[in-house]
Write a protein that binds this ligand. Structure first.
Ligand code: ZN
Length: 146
C-alpha cells in the first residue's frame, strides 16, 4: 500500500479546507463532451451497486443522475449488457406486476473486479488530490502546534 490516508479521513480534510468537491465534480460530470473519460467511472458505479444489491436499469439511471451523470436508457442498457457479457453481472428476469424486469447482480468475478478497481481508484485518487492532502496535512500540523 503506497497510500496511508483512508478515504474517510480525506473527506473530513476536504471539508476542513473548504473545497466544494462534490458540486465541482457534478458540474464536470454533466459535460457530455467528456463522456469517454467518465465511462469507466460509470461502469464502476454500476458494478458497485450490483455488488451491494440487485439493480435494474431505470434505478441506475436515477442513481447516476443523483451523482451528476445523465444517462439515457439507450446508454444504460448497453452498459449493463456489456458488463453481463464480460461475466461481471448476471441478469435475471423477474415479474413486477404484469410486466417483467431485468435485474442484475454482480457475479463473483464482478466482485473481484470491483475489489481490484478499488485499489486502482484509490491510487488515482491520492495522486489527483495530492496537493489537497498536503495542504490539509499542513493545516492540521499548524493546528496541533498551537
Ligand atoms: Zn451510487
Amino acid at each position: 500500500m503506497r497510500y496511508h490516508v483512508p478515504l474517510s479521513n480525506f473527506v473530513t480534510m476536504a471539508n476542513q479546507t473548504d473545497l466544494r468537491t462534490s458540486s465541482s465534480m457534478k458540474h464536470a460530470a454533466s459535460r457530455t463532451e467528456h463522456r469517454d473519460l467518465y465511462s469507466g467511472l460509470i461502469r464502476l458505479h454500476i458494478l458497485y451497486h450490483a455488488c451491494k444489491q440487485p439493480i435494474f436499469g431505470l434505478e441506475m439511471i436515477e442513481e447516476l443522475g443523483r451523482h451528476g451523470y445523465k444517462l439515457s436508457a439507450g446508454t444504460m442498457y448497453p452498459l449493463l449488457h456489456g458488463l453481463e457479457s464480460k461475466g461481471l453481472l448476471r441478469c435475471k428476469v423477474v415479474g413486477v406486476g404484469r410486466s417483467r424486469r431485468h435485474v442484475y447482480r454482480a457475479t463473483s468475478a464482478g466482485q473481484q473486479a470491483l475489489a481490484d478497481a478499488k485499489d486502482k481508484v484509490q491510487e488515482l485518487f491520492s495522486e489527483l488530490f495530492e496537493d489537497v492532502m498536503a495542504q490539509a496535512r499542513r493545516t492540521s500540523g499548524r493546528r496541533s502546534r498551537q
